[in-house]
Ligand binder design. Structure first.
Ligand code: SF4
Ligand code: SF4
Length: 89
């Protein structure tokens, strides 16, 4: 089966958020998705792009914000503090 569900290198090592939240446990602890178990609900793909839940996205967003502040594209954002990322359960 075509493996089209996206994963990061960090999926499973160290992050296990998607594995914990998959309703049918189709994501193995090391991050691999078993296509035979997956129901294609796409929840893990929502998490894959979630800038408050996925640590990879959180890091990317923080890096981009730092760059924008450093280059003067935006002023330091006080609102960003209010958008505290939700830690994995
Ligand atoms: S939350 Fe992000 S890093 Fe963690 S398992 Fe899901 S896609 Fe991978
Ligand atoms: S698409 Fe849904 S069922 Fe499939 S691995 Fe992702 S969360 Fe699990």
């Amino acid at each position: 089966m075509f493996d089209w569900l996206k994963r990061y290198r960090e999926c499973g090592n160290p992050c296990n958020r998607c594995a914990k939240e998959c309703m049918v446990q189709a994501i193995h602890p090391e991050g691999h998705i078993n296509p035979n178990e997956c129901l294609n609900c796409l929840h893990c793909q929502v998490l894959y792009q979630h800038d408050q839940k996925c640590p990879v996205c959180i890091k990317k967003l923080a890096k981009r914000r730092r760059f924008e502040v450093q280059t003067g594209l935006v002023k330091p954002d006080t609102k960003a503090k209010a958008e505290t990322p939700v830690p994995a359960k």
